[in-house]
Design a binder for this molecule. Structure first.
Ligand SMILES: NC(=O)c1ccc[n+]([C@@H]2O[C@H](COP(=O)([O-])OP(=O)(O)OC[C@H]3O[C@@H](n4cnc5c(N)ncnc54)[C@H](OP(=O)(O)O)[C@@H]3O)[C@@H](O)[C@H]2O)c1
Length: 257
């Protein structure tokens, strides 16, 4: 069927970082339901095992692959393990990220570097190594980076996070340009406001929810499934001609007058 040719991930191996919960878990569930074998990464092995078991209960295939993205040696070991145990990596969703809502007045070089070590440097290192692994295999590859819509706005109180996510947009385009000839697409998803566990306190707060309603065209928080759908498209054979793109999924927040 045409829909299978365009969207099936049967036989593919996909790694999702930050997959124990939130957007990462939903993206992993979606790719598993399309047939991919899922490798779930994060730093907490127990939570990753729980997530993998959930995907297994839903009829998918998933294994926990804990590693700290900020540690280059752990990243190298994780990719070597993927090669050894699965013989291939077709899809990377680099979703893991941290936030530090320290304004410029209090931001230190140390805390800035700490955030960049995960969000920008660790993510870039992983994407670069994964792209090399895909290129050597000679098959189509998909790299999807989770940035943030907020990095295109003048938002106060979050400079390290904004800088890291804006940096990822540039990295996506550079990596896309270098790997187009290898049939590896590299794209960036820029979520707006999503009611994940990370935002649970805000989502439960009437004033914050009123602000989201006011600032979005769709007048609501996004749900993690709505990011999963975007990731599924970019990971699919159907997205073979989409690369270097920033897909904004924000309920219209970035375009609201
Ligand atoms: N939720 C939103 O509204 C929103 C909006 C825009 C962008 N985003 C981006 O979307 C991504 C997911 O958001 P979320 O709300 O689902 O956040 P989340 O629940 O905090 O998930 C982030 C995940 O990253 C993992 N992680 C953090 N540091 C890591 C490291 N050094 N190595 C490996 N894993 C690490 C965490 O797992 P461990 O702590 O177990 O390692 C966690 O599971 C993030 O990049 C975030 O910036 C989210």
């Amino acid at each position: 069927m045409l829909v299978d040719r365009l969207f099936s991930l049967q036989g593919q191996v996909a790694l999702v970082t930050g997959a124990a919960r939130g957007l990462g878990l939903e993206m992993a569930r979606a790719l598993a339901s399309a047939g991919a074998t899922m490798l779930l990464s994060g730093r907490d092995a127990v939570k990753l095992e729980t997530a993998a078991a959930r995907i297994g209960d839903e009829g998918g295939s998933a294994v926990a692959l804990p590693f700290d993205l900020a540690d280059s040696e752990e990243t190298v070991r994780a990719l070597a393990r993927i090669q050894r145990d699965h013989g291939r990596l077709d899809i990377l969703i680099a979703n893991a990220g941290i936030r530090d809502r320290t304004g410029f007045a209090a931001l230190t070089r140390h805390s800035f570097a700490r955030l960049l070590a995960t969000n920008l440097i660790g993510t870039t290192d992983l994407a670069q190594r994964a792209a090399r692994m895909m290129a050597e295999a000679g098959r189509d590859g998909r790299i999807i980076i989770i940035g943030s819509m907020i990095s295109s706005l003048a938002a106060a109180g979050d400079p390290a996070y904004l800088a890291s996510k804006a940096g990822l947009t540039g990295m996506v385009r550079a990596l896309a340009a270098e790997h187009g000839r290898n049939r590896i697409t590299v794209n960036d998803i820029a979520p707006g406001s999503f009611a994940t566990e990370f935002n649970a306190a805000l989502a439960a707060d009437d004033a914050a929810t009123a602000m989201v309603r006011e600032r979005t065209v769709l007048e609501r928080w996004g749900t993690p499934e709505e990011i999963a759908a975007a990731a599924l498209f970019l990971a699919s054979p159907g997205a073979a001609y989409v690369t270097g793109h920033r897909l904004v999924v924000d309920g219209g927040m970035s375009v609201k007058a």
